[in-house]
Design a protein around this ligand. Structure first.
Ligand code: AMP
Length: 120
């Protein structure tokens, strides 16, 4: 699947649509999910590189391994900053429409702030 530079997260990155950012650095931004599935629901995404990002887990290549590692570490730091770590939280990455992926720009969900239900 080709990357669509007009997807919602690309527009959030370009500030073409508003978001509530909770974190940003040179490589990633994080913002609150517009339709939270938990008391705290944050999305972490990589910034565009050469105008593109991986479309999701299925779009990853070997060369993305270090970036994905940093994505997970960044999410754990955000969870700590948001006060989720002591109680526990969930990191979720959907791949494909059957799994519920609706935005085809790689992203990690951070879900926490209360007791979560079963994974599926
Ligand atoms: P996924 O279903 O894994 O593709 O996750 C996409 C997530 O993006 C969903 O949880 C949506 O609620 C969220 N979302 C969609 N549009 C926005 C938006 N404008 N701002 C924040 N989150 C959004």
């Amino acid at each position: 699947m080709a990357y669509d530079a007009d997807n919602i997260f690309a527009k959030i990155l370009r500030d073409e649509i508003p978001s509530t950012r909770v974190y940003e650095d040179d490589e990633f931004i994080a913002f609150r999910d517009i339709a939270p599935s938990a008391p705290t629901h944050i999305i972490v995404i990589p910034r565009l590189r050469d105008g593109v990002a991986p479309t999701g887990p299925a779009g990853l290549a070997d060369e993305d391994a270090a970036m994905v590692g940093r994505l997970v570490l960044t999410a754990t730091r955000i969870a700590e900053e948001q006060g989720l770590a002591s109680e526990g939280y969930r990191l979720v990455m959907n791949s494909g429409e059957a799994a519920g992926q609706t935005v085809f720009h790689l992203h990690l969900h951070i879900l926490g702030g209360g007791r979560l239900g079963p994974v599926a």
